[in-house]
Design a protein. Structure first.
Lengths: 366, 366
């Protein structure tokens, strides 16, 4: 599978140039507010002396790394603050492949399109393991696909685009498979704060030198544009990852790191719970309308997305454009995430107009 | 030459744990204030609606790219906003090497240590061309080193660590050599606003499909921690660079880009001139003291650095530590920049205590 840069952009461009009102359910940008402490942190930073405007430590502000380490129960030396989850995944996959223990990367189908793109850029080869209809991954299928050639296994739970949350047994098994084949499990947990099922399990819960956990504050603090993420490495892999981070980016952006630190320190758990509750309501509203439209769909256990299938309406780019023009709702074509979902459309529930969108779809398809 | 991550840090760590007052002349962090409009931009951004906190375009805020394009006289499509000059150089060198027109990278000696580090990370091989005593690069030497194997030529003017500013003829010749050998000239111009000689020439002045210009606002706006830079690509190379940028970082940090845009729009040329004037005074103060200490030195035509050689005091890490302990001045060992300067020490003039440092050195060595 090729990485197609322009697809998200082509859909959003088409939607914004449409001759009618269109509800944007394309991007994964939260539409709710970041916590107040984040804005306060930026204001505070803006008035600091000029020394605070200079290079932060390459691996991130020390206090931010300490805060992350304390929350995740790891040693601060294992934490590298990155330019969002995007760079965290890049560093993790590069580290896995540089070990020369196999150049094959096991990915899921459907897949978040950046993973195959990064694999190719890093000189690895892609191998896909099909998730089931609900988006769950059967570790037995992963084991069947694994071999001496496997350098990395990349998973994402809560999942984009399926909404699946992998149970603890799956995560344990995936770590075991990585150990068995001397591969690295890269566990992208960027939607961890949007676990609606209560059964999210982090790969950090399984002690191992064969897993790297990536994450970011992009979704949890509703700041996809700040680019503050992190990766947690096993001790023997962190040094080389730190070097690559330095050679690529020197350091991350300090105002963003400072504001995130303030937000982490001062934001009440109620903030996160309120956002989950909002999502739960939107899931209910949207899936009710899909029922009314006679569509098949997945009810997400986490993340922001609903995959839906309408009769005789495959998830092609052409049909996405048609839905924009004729129903005024913009989603993503399912085939952007792999062949297995080519009959489906992905709708992101990050718009206050979910109810209206649902009504439009119900009207259009019924 | 290996990239040595910890060297800067080891020196700074040693200096900060020293048992006495030490003047830091190690880092390249400006000690003067960023423009007022930058702080105002951050404040303004902090109060925007939450949509402004989400992903900027991957290649940078449109208005920022337009501002850069207008200032540099290029098409906006050629501009990619990066995470500082560090990422800009990484993207430029990756692009040059991916063309499969040679895997050798011509670098200068002395060299800014990140370039050889990036070369190795990208799978290229290093070949060094000696600069003369003043830091000037003779294009004839570059031509003699160039071959079918040459994929990239990486230069930096105004130069770190020599302070040399290459004249227009040098830049023209370097572009011609890149064309001749189907290589890419990567021209890192991050110190362009600190040209003290008035003869700085940008590689953009030479029209060619064989040069990439990199830059950042880190030094010009005194914000090394913001990580906003850019690269200007020939039209046929920009698309692939944009993809790599997206696959590595997704996008740069938006609060930083927003503040930089405000600063560019609202900062008077007098801001930049005042900083140059400050540097000129510091150069004079510092080199006077070096004369008094009987040292050899280079008078910088640009950038922040003075290279100095003291009798029987080679530029080793050991001697840098000794100078910290015995004179209370921290510089960088010259051998960090290549063998040719192993007898020298580099002092960064980005401290308000330049005069005091100069006096300490004069006293210590005389």
């Amino acid at each position: 599978m090729e990485y197609e840069t322009p697809l998200f952009f082509r859909v959003m461009q088409y939607a914004s140039s449409a001759d009618r009102d269109v509800i944007d359910m394309v991007s994964g940008n939260p539409d709710w507010d970041p916590p107040a402490a984040l804005r306060e942190g930026l204001h505070e930073y803006a008035d600091l002396e000029s020394a605070a405007f200079q290079y932060p430590p390459s691996d991130g502000l020390r206090e931010l790394r300490e805060e992350i380490a304390a929350r995740r129960g790891v040693d601060v030396e294992q934490v590298v603050v990155t330019n969002g989850a995007g760079e965290a995944n890049y560093l993790a996959m590069a580290r896995a492949l540089e070990r020369d223990r196999g150049d094959e990367v096991l990915l899921t189908d459907p897949v978040y399109p950046y993973y195959p793109g990064k694999t190719t850029m890093l000189g690895g080869t892609q191998r896909f393991v099909a998730a089931d209809e609900d988006g769950q991954l059967d570790p037995a299928d992963v084991r069947a696909a694994a071999s001496e050639r496997t350098g990395a296994i990349v998973v994402n739970s809560p999942n984009n685009p399926t909404g699946a949350v992998y149970p603890e047994e799956t995560i344990e098994e995936l770590v075991a498979i990585a150990e068995e084949y001397d591969a690295i499990l890269v566990s992208d947990e960027v939607y961890d704060h949007y676990d609606l099922s209560g059964r999210f399990a982090s790969a950090l819960e399984v002690e191992s030198d064969h897993r790297i956990v990536t994450n970011a504050f992009s979704k949890s603090l509703a700041i996809t544009g700040f680019r503050v993420g992190y990766a947690i490495f096993p001790r023997d892999l962190v040094e080389a990852a730190r070097s690559r981070h330095m050679l690529v980016n020197v350091a991350g952006s300090r105002p963003a790191q400072y504001a995130v630190l303030q937000a982490l320190r001062e934001t009440d758990p109620a903030y996160y719970e309120a956002n989950r509750e909002l999502l739960r309501e939107r899931v209910a509203t949207f899936t009710d309308a899909l029922d009314a439209a006679g569509a098949e769909y997945t009810t997400p256990e986490g993340s922001f997305y609903v995959l839906a299938r309408f009769e005789d309406y495959p998830g092609t780019l052409e049909n996405v454009f048609r839905l924009i023009d004729e129903a005024g709702v913009a989603g993503m074509p399912g085939d952007a995430f792999g062949e297995s979902r080519s009959d489906w459309l992905r709708f992101a529930l990050v718009t206050p107009r979910v109810e209206e969108a649902a009504e439009r779809l119900a009207t259009y398809f019924s």
